[in-house]
Write a protein that binds this ligand. Structure first.
Ligand code: GZL
Length: 325
């Protein structure tokens, strides 16, 4: 009797264990089917470029099967730092962000490193001396972008006999694109002493900022020949100010911008902007690939630079119908 009942009890227990193990067992943590969780701290939504960049990151995460936690810092560094700290507390697998300015990141990046969470810089760079604080940088060569803008103006001004007065609407103060585009542009225009930057101020990469700065430039400078705006949105704001002052943008005052988003390309095609240097916001696919490689322990390049071109008015008219953003 005793033997039979013992066997019956053992069989029943084995059945119970199997049922429990089969029906409710969670997938093993860290197993092959575990989704990667990425924390992304975005700059904000200040420009057409940023909107396109956010769309690219969100869509690419979905396509890559990566669980994306996303935050918008409204262009404030303290908000980005808060978001990164929150991702560290949530123990995400990888952190990616576009630093709104170059400086002030070492402390929070060290916290991520101590928490063994890899960081990928996308779009903008940091000035940290310690390169071990992040795995790689994915984005444009902003110095080259500024150089391309300056070289176009040098070629365009060959036949000019008088001084060419340039006003510069800079991007966000302290940001890598603003610092580097300024540097590249200034280096390029050294080739022609007639080219003079007579005023330079930040429009914070926004359309309203570009308009306000251009209004001030027009008020304080009687003879402006060229506007160099660090992005399309500032250039579009400058167009509003120039037209309100009764002048013809693209003719009375030439305009050079950087990005090549749809609104900028439309103004270029219409002759209100004269030249645009492309800066691609479509970084999402490359970012997700880099994240997977980093988490798989693969070696990734220290820097991944995006392919970009430039547009004249004629080229914009041809390109517009097939532009993705
Ligand atoms: C450049 C990016 C800049 C764009 C602006 O990669 O950081 O920020 O040029 C955007 O349009 O606001």
């Amino acid at each position: 009797m005793f033997k039979k009942s013992l066997i019956a009890v053992m069989a029943a227990s084995a059945l119970a264990l199997t049922a429990c193990g089969g029906g409710t067992q969670a997938a093993p943590s860290g197993g092959a089917d575990k989704k990667i969780v990425m924390g992304f701290a975005q700059v904000g939504a200040e420009s057409g470029w940023r909107t396109a960049n956010t769309k690219s990151v969100q869509e690419s995460a979905k396509e890559a099967g990566i669980d994306l936690k996303f935050s918008d810092a409204q262009q404030k560094q303290e908000n980005q730092i808060k978001a990164i700290r929150s991702y560290i507390q949530q123990k995400v697998d990888v952190i990616a962000f576009s630093p709104v300015v170059e400086s002030g990141w070492d402390t929070v990046l060290k916290e991520a490193k101590d928490a063994k969470i890899p960081v990928i810089l996308t779009d903008r760079a940091v000035d940290s001396a310690d390169k071990s604080l992040y795995k790689t940088f994915l984005g444009s060569d902003f110095v080259l972008e500024g150089k391309k803008a300056g070289e176009w103006l040098v070629a365009e001004s060959k036949s000019a006999t008088d001084t060419v007065n340039i006003v510069e609407i800079q991007g966000t103060t302290g940001s890598a694109p603003a610092n580097d585009r300024k540097q590249g542009f200034e280096e390029a225009i050294k080739a022609d002493p007639k080219l003079k930057i007579i005023a330079s101020q930040s429009g914070d990469f926004t359309r309203s900022g570009g308009k306000q700065v251009m209004e001030a430039f027009l008020k304080n400078n009687a003879d402006i020949d060229v506007v160099f705006a660090h992005n399309d949105d500032e250039g579009l704001g400058a167009i509003e100010a120039i037209e309100a002052a009764g002048k013809v943008p693209g003719k009375d005052i030439k305009i050079i911008t950087i990005d090549a988003v749809k609104d900028g390309m439309t103004a270029l095609s219409a002759g209100k902007i004269n030249y645009i240097v492309e800066c691609s916001p479509l970084l999402g696919t490359q970012l997700m690939d880099l994240a997977k490689k980093v988490l798989a322990g693969e070696t990734v390049p220290e820097r991944v630079v995006t392919e970009e071109t430039t547009f004249t008015q004629e080229q914009a008219t041809k390109a517009l119908p097939t532009r993705q953003y």
